[in-house]
Design a protein around this ligand. Sequence first.
Ligand SMILES: NC(=O)C1=CN([C@@H]2O[C@H](COP(=O)(O)OP(=O)(O)OC[C@H]3O[C@@H](n4cnc5c(N)ncnc54)[C@H](O)[C@@H]3O)[C@@H](O)[C@H]2O)C=CC1
Length: 293
Amino acid sequence: MKIIVTGRDGQVARSLAALSSETIEFVTLGRPELDVTKPETLRRAIAELAPAALVNAGAYTAVDKAESDQEAAFAVNRDGAGNVAAATAEAGIPIVHISTDYVFSGTKSVPYDETDAVEPQGVYGHSKLAGERAVAAANPAHVILRTAWVYSPFGANFVKTMLRVGKERDVLRVVADQHGTPTYAPDIAAGIAAVLARVAAEPEGADWRGIFHMVAAGETSWAGFAEAIFAESARRGGPSARVEPITTADYPTPARRPANSRLATAKFQRTFDHTLPAWRDGLSRCMDALLAE
Ligand SMILES: NC(=O)C1=CN([C@@H]2O[C@H](COP(=O)(O)OP(=O)(O)OC[C@H]3O[C@@H](n4cnc5c(N)ncnc54)[C@H](O)[C@@H]3O)[C@@H](O)[C@H]2O)C=CC1
């Protein structure tokens, strides 16, 4: 089974590429040969490769920059996602689209499920929500996976930032009043593979269509995540720093972020018969990969 993946150099796309096997081949494509804002590049790739499905992992992910770069964020996250969905619908293949916890306001006191009202707090969240709607409108054979707090050995992410800054400083001030679940990109890739297997087994099925929350098991805060990163790092002889918990108000950023980013994953687990590992388990494997030498 051949699957096209957009956003070739991103964390999720690279994790999917690493998962390729004899039964499922992920062909990752990126700009310029595949640009989600250019529909002809999508049509050409689908015509050439004749994939069984497509995973849209390409996105504009700079949350703070998006506040002053609204046009670019919407061009990729709304219009680009819509283009991908339209091209897959035209080819008669399903789309797996990746979305985010940032579609929520974060004011709920328990984890969000798929029926909860959306209320993005910033441009990035608004653009991703518009993307979900564009995907759902253009291709009925869609699976929209909302995930959160993605990290991996690849690209830019919180784990790599902590390790870099931990080398330079003894104490780091980290936000302790935003709660969510760090999710290891290779575990997201395995979740996507479970989705694709289910879709392939029952292409005309109805229950796999729609929006699903897919994050690792458990929860923490950014400060709790940072402490776990430094504990894992210290065990491996890597950089370590003391974490000083601060509030969101102490650390102003251009984009507002949800205080509660927790996502309830029961619907995903039930539908795809798959559960992502605990976030500490993913972190341990990421630290093995980052600090192997
Ligand atoms: N990173 C995170 O913490 C979270 C990410 N997500 C979502 O997960 C998905 C994957 O995220 P990551 O792998 O972390 O992102 P990433 O930023 O590592 O990768 C995104 C990739 O998309 C590419 N891209 C940008 N514009 C493009 C275009 N016009 N055409 C084709 N490719 C383009 C970028 O060059 C980059 O390689 C995205 O949809 C993102 O919104 C959801 C929740 C949290």
